[in-house]
Design a protein around this ligand. Structure first.
Ligand SMILES: Cc1ncc(COP(=O)(O)O)c(C=O)c1O
Length: 349
């Protein structure tokens, strides 16, 4: 979901954007009209994440998946990197990184169906020679989330795929060397990937990369080496505006915690439902659960769809049920889901 006010704005701005007399997807990406939009999106992301002066916000193509290889391609250069294997997407990032250097998987929950991320107190350090440690702050498919920031030795950068909990909670952006997030979960329409990179890291990038795959080349051109995904960037500009008006990431975190807690409380209230992941790392964004009976799970999301609740089917690779509670999810939607869960449990329990 996107905030309703953003969708209303977008509807209007597709037709005529402000007093420009032309729609947002019709204007040139080189126009002052679009420059204002992209500059606003860039500045607000920088501010909302508490980034440092030397961190640059880019808007790139190819989804978060492109960052799985673009980051090691630019930064690893035959060196060593540490990864946490905590989910489908983390595994994809590891597979791609192996093409460009030595990968140490220092945490792996795959054997347990990715039901956990490392507990903070037991998180293993990575080798001091690692260029970076990569982790996925929210595992969209499994439904786990880090509620802390992993530590790295001096000289090792922290790199994070924040796609599915981006701007959903306060994060000290300045502690990271590299962040990326597909726009489509919390900050806008699909098409653009937010990448935050340190200027000092740009200097270490492989300079033999084709321009489109080179961070320094993209940064030099302000993410406009070629025509960017203008509508996606426009939605990011509007969503970040909405987020700041709401009170920023601290305010949205309160809302997210309250909504997730209500759903987890319902799961825990009876033996009918079972959460699918360890409690210390339950995600606030993707709440995965099951009745323990795959057929009953299917009945649940199929009949929920008839009640107007879409998207409750667990990811196709794992089955079960998944309620995604991104930033713009409304309390009314949570009320409806909880009503429906109680009704379903009373009928089939
Ligand atoms: C955490 C995470 N990383 C990466 C991806 C892949 O994103 P994209 O489709 O933008 O390539 C997803 C998609 O759901 C995701 O949730």
């Amino acid at each position: 979901v996107l905030p309703e006010s953003v969708l209303q704005h977008a509807r209007q701005d597709l037709w005529t954007h402000g007093d420009h007399g032309i729609g947002i997807v019709e204007c040139s990406h080189r126009s002052a009209q679009f420059e204002e939009v992209i500059a606003g999106a860039r500045a607000r992301i920088h501010r909302l994440l508490g980034c440092a002066e030397d961190q640059e916000v880019l808007f790139l193509h190819g989804g978060a998946r492109t960052q799985f290889f673009m980051m090691p391609m630019n930064l690893l250069r035959g060196g060593r990197a540490a990864y946490h294997n905590t989910g489908t997407w983390a595994r994809g990032a590891i597979q791609d990184a192996r093409r460009y250097g030595q990968v140490d998987v220092i945490y792996d929950s795959e054997k347990h169906g990715f039901n956990s991320v490392p507990r903070q107190e037991y998180a293993l350090p990575c080798r001091a020679s690692s260029v970076y440690l990569h982790y996925t702050s929210n595992n969209t498919v499994a439904g786990t989330e880090y509620h802390y920031r992993p530590q790295v030795p001096a000289g090792t950068w922290l790199a994070c795929d924040m796609s599915s909990n981006f701007l959903s909670r306060p994060v000290d952006g300045s502690a990271y060397g590299f962040i990326y997030a597909g726009a489509q979960k919390n900050v806008g329409a699909s098409g653009s990937t937010v990448v935050i990179v340190r200027k000092s890291l740009l200097e270490q990038c492989d300079d033999t990369m084709p321009a489109m795959l080179s961070y320094p080349a993209q940064a030099l051109k302000g993410s406009m080496l070629n025509t960017p995904c203008t509508f996606s960037i426009y939605t990011i500009a509007r969503v970040t505006e909405w987020l700041e008006e709401l009170g920023g990431v601290a305010a949205i975190e309160q809302k997210n915690v309250a909504q997730a807690t209500r759903i987890y409380d319902e799961i825990d209230r009876t033996d009918f439902w079972r959460g699918k992941v360890e409690e210390h790392c339950r995600s606030r964004m993707n709440i995965t659960f099951t009745t323990g009976n795959p057929e009953l799970d299917t009945t649940f999301w199929q009949s929920a769809a008839k009640e107007g609740m879409s998207g409750l089917k667990g990811h196709r690779s794992v089955g079960g049920i998944r309620a995604s509670v991104y930033n713009a999810q409304t309390d009314q939607a949570i009320d409806a889901l909880l009503d429906y869960m109680r009704h379903f449990q009373a009928t089939y329990g």
